[in-house]
Design a protein around this ligand. Structure first.
Ligand code: GDP
Ligand code: MG
Length: 430
């Protein structure tokens, strides 16, 4: 990871050095960023997408008072890198008292080491942890995990027998001995992936673990993506652990490729020692990569300043469908609706169902508007039945959905007009 970090630090210092931030210098900075990402084995398509988004946003967004376009560029780079590596929120595996974790992955990916690391991680959180060795292929596997168990202070179960039998026995036995969490380490020895996946599937079906964790070696770079997908097809993988992030020059590519599949990266392994496991949180990871501990704070300040500016835009009456689209995108990007509504005065309350429906609508509406032409966005009144049909097809929605969106827009517009009027009325009072 050190190389990747060094590369990104170079990009940040380039941003700081540029005399002005305009189209030309933004391109120059982004070319450098693209080079670093490609070096880290991020797929060219993802690199291009990211770079285009940063450029577009940096040149389009208004600079709120008190900020500079340089900060805007930095913010957008941060945001898009966070997006690339899995999004704003950290995925927390639902592991607690009574949980069974099944570790799967190819041989050498770091399963056994990770089993011990996880045992220590959960032990430090107050759980009693037991480790099961369901690997009877590799001589020494039993001894390796047994020693690690002693080292981290976890209960251990293992014997040379068919993996499924050992896993079932171990689970029962360790729970009997009082383990809150049982972690099952598997073999993953097969050279042929099909065989391995078959075996993993069988074990998962019999054991019914609370959480399947897939261990992937980050040194394989973007090839981690297809590997995650192959495993996911065989077993319901809950979380991913990327190991060997410490040395891997291609770790960035591995993270991006896995995040792209929609899988959730819960931890990264950053060394051979049992305490070298870190919960993976994209925002703080990216802040560290960019060498800026306080980046998150800056980004949040900038975002609320931007929201204030767009509120101004709305209140001034320049509220087009295009503006509505930017607003919704902004809302969607900011995360859970509940959190956004909490920021509003009056403390709007949302039931979980409403929140879910709201978030789904938000995504649907954005994709509908993505299927509209510029002209339609600027003049929604020209959208008749046939255009609605085309837009619905293009966005994979229905005419009813398109109508709903247009109605929501009109309601918002009306509300804004009322707000503007009452504000003007107040302002005109002597
Ligand atoms: P398994 O075959 O999947 O059980 O893999 P092991 O746990 O036996 O690990 C294979 C090798 O990778 C060992 O030499 C480990 O020390 C090493 N390893 C595992 N995780 C990490 C890590 O996060 N960083 C580094 N540098 N090495 C690791
Ligand atoms: Mg092993």
């Amino acid at each position: 990871m050190e190389e990747f970090k060094k590369g990104l630090l170079k990009v940040v210092s380039l941003i700081k050095r540029e005399a002005v931030i305009d189209r030309v210098s933004v391109r120059r900075v982004l070319r450098e960023l693209e080079r670093e990402l490609l070096k880290a084995d991020v797929s060219p398509q993802l690199v291009l997408e990211l770079s285009r988004k940063i450029e577009e946003k940096t040149l389009r967004e208004q600079v709120p008072p008190g900020f500079s376009r340089r900060e805007l560029l930095l913010k957008n780079m941060y945001e898009e890198l966070v997006n690339l590596l899995g999004g704003e929120s950290r995925y927390e595996p639902k592991v607690g008292k009574g949980s069974t974790i099944l570790l799967v992955g190819l041989q050498g990916s770091g399963k056994t080491t990770t089993a011990a690391k996880l045992a220590l991680y959960y032990k430090r959180r107050g759980f009693r942890v037991g480790l099961v060795c369901a690997d009877n292929y590799r001589p020494g596997a039993l001894e390796q995990l047994k020693q690690l168990s002693e080292q981290v202070g976890a209960e251990f179960y293992g014997r040379v027998a068919p993996p499924l039998d050992v896993a079932l026995e171990g689970m029962r036995e360790l729970k009997r001995r009082g383990a809150d969490i049982v972690i099952i380490d598997t073999a993953g020895r097969h050279k042929e992936e099909a065989m391995l996946l078959h075996e993993v599937k069988e074990i998962a079906e019999k054991i019914k673990p609370t959480e399947v964790m897939l261990v992937l070696d980050a040194t394989i770079g973007k090839a981690a993506g297809p590997q995650a997908e192959a495993f996911h097809k065989a077993v319901p993988v809950g979380s991913i652990i990327l190991t060997k992030m410490d040395g891997a020059a291609r770790g960035g590519g591995a993270l991006a490729a896995v995040a792209k599949t929609g899988a959730r990266i819960a931890f990264i392994g950053v060394g051979e020692k049992v305490d070298e496991l870190e919960p993976f949180d994209p925002p703080s990871f990216v802040s560290r990569l960019l060498g800026m501990g306080d980046l998150k704070a800056l980004v949040e300040k900038l975002r609320s300043a931007q929201l204030a500016v767009s509120a101004e835009t709305i209140l001034s009456g320049r509220f087009t469908l295009l503006e509505f689209k930017h607003q919704l995108e902004e809302l969607n990007r900011m995360g859970p609706l509940r959190k956004i509504l909490e920021l509003l005065p009056g403390g709007v309350q949302l039931t979980p169902e409403l929140e879910k429906a709201g978030s789904e609508n938000l995504r649907k509406w954005i994709s509908i508007m993505n299927s509209m032409t510029r002209e339609e966005l600027a003049k929604p009144e020209i959208i008749g039945r046939s255009r609605m049909l085309r837009i619905a097809r293009g966005s994979g929605t229905t005419v009813k959905d398109v109508k709903e969106l247009l109605e929501a827009y009109r309601r918002a517009q009306k509300l804004m007009r009322q707000l503007t009027r009452s504000r003007r009325a107040r302002l005109s009072l002597p």
